[in-house]
Design a protein around this ligand. Structure first.
Ligand SMILES: *[C@@H]1O[C@H](CO)[C@@H](O)[C@H](O)[C@H]1NC(C)=O
Ligand SMILES: *[C@@H]1O[C@H](CO)[C@@H](O)[C@H](O)[C@H]1NC(C)=O
Length: 345
């Protein structure tokens, strides 16, 4: 394996040297050099030279996008190449997200309008809040190549309310949801947080990450006694935040972390590295799920939400994103205020 990698590296290096001598080849040469550095940084090994060549073309496009983007000083956030930078938008969408919304979800009916929202009368939300500082957020996790963002989003919200209501922060099992929450939800092929909460309610709880560790693929629902006998958290129900209402969302987040859907595809979201993300760079539909774990106002006076993602610590601000809050569009930046749910202790 080592000599194979060495072989590829030498071929690429000779490519770089020959490319650099031709006019206009400088960007390509430096892009190739960056690709090789990137491969080593993210431990990427391609099966052969032709795969490497086609991945390089994608990487180069993403690199150009990042470099051009970062030159525009008007934009309130920055990008950087990361573990996703040799993927097309389509591949990224297919492998690393996984939100699927059942038909009719959040279509407001007459009964919904009169449904009580438990935080509707909250009046004091304060200027900022970070649930991490309250010890209600576990470390950033990584869903890898499995479209089960829905499980990570739901687990983060349950971890949050469990800490807030019972006092202990325990890392809970996404894998249990991936394997066992099968009413509508479909493992690595997508799902939604509300159905995950329904599973946890019906199952009378969820176990710990340690007891039922993440596998990055769907398996058989484990009935092993260490899973069923060791329930680490329970919830009594869940509620839906009134749709397209950032003020209602703020009231909810002021009380606990909230699971939301987000239109988080596209080259900018994929390679976000810091700052306050804004709405010009979203995907078209809500295809991803994250957890809102706070809010605040930047030094420049921009209001933002604090999102916990499940793409590892290398993405964004150590795994988190700040994204514009209180925008003109009622559904919020990247539609984050459209589908929002929180579990009840
Ligand atoms: C930055 O914003 C200013 C003022 O709105 C505008 O005139 C300028 O064209 C913008 N620059 C870029 C690179 O978008
Ligand atoms: C909020 O206040 C209104 C008016 O006082 C009241 O009717 C309603 O029940 C309250 N909602 C909750 C969830 O307490």
């Amino acid at each position: 394996m080592a000599s194979f990698v060495f072989l590829i590296m030498s071929i690429v290096l000779s490519y770089i040297t020959s490319g650099a001598t031709s006019r206009g080849g400088l960007f390509k040469a430096s892009a190739m050099e960056k690709h090789v550095q990137w491969m080593s940084r993210f431990h990427r090994v391609y099966s052969d030279i032709s795969e490497q060549a086609s991945r390089f073309e994608i990487f180069k496009k993403n690199l150009e996008f990042v470099e051009t983007f970062n030159m525009n000083t008007n934009i309130t956030f920055k990008l950087d190449v990361n573990q996703f930078s040799d993927l097309t938008d389509k591949e990224f969408l297919a492998k690393y997200m996984g939100l699927v919304v059942p038909e009719g979800t959040n279509e407001v009916s007459e009964t919904d309008k009169t449904m009580s929202f438990r935080y509707e009368n909250v009046s004091e939300t304060g200027e900022s809040l970070d649930w991490r500082q309250e010890g209600a957020v576990s470390s950033v996790k990584n869903q890898g190549q499995c479209g089960c963002c829905w499980a990570f989003s739901a687990v983060a919200a349950v971890e949050g309310i469990t800490k807030i209501a019972k006092g202990d922060l325990v890392s809970l099992s996404e894998q249990q949801l991936v394997d066992c929450s099968r009413d509508f939800n479909n493992g690595c092929n997508g799902g939604i947080m509300s159905k995950a909460f329904e599973y946890i309610i019906n199952n009378q709880g969820i176990t710990t990450e340690d007891n039922y560790p993440y596998q990055e693929s769907q398996g058989t629902c484990s009935s092993a006694s260490q899973v069923t006998d060791f329930i680490a958290a329970t919830i009594s129900g869940y509620e839906t935040v009134p749709s397209d209402d950032e003020e209602a969302l703020l009231k909810a987040v002021s009380k606990q972390p909230v699971s939301v859907a987000i239109a988080g595809s596209g080259a900018a979201f994929m390679q976000y590295s810091g700052g306050i993300f804004d709405g010009e760079y979203c995907g078209k539909h809500q295809t991803h799920a994250v957890t809102i774990v706070g809010y605040g106002i930047s030094e420049e006076g921009t209001k933002y939400w604090l999102l916990k993602n499940s793409w590892g610590e290398n993405w964004g601000e150590n795994g988190y994103m700040r994204i514009k809050r209180d925008v003109d569009a009622p559904e919020g930046t990247c539609g984050l205020a459209h589908f929002a749910y929180y579990p009840l202790a």
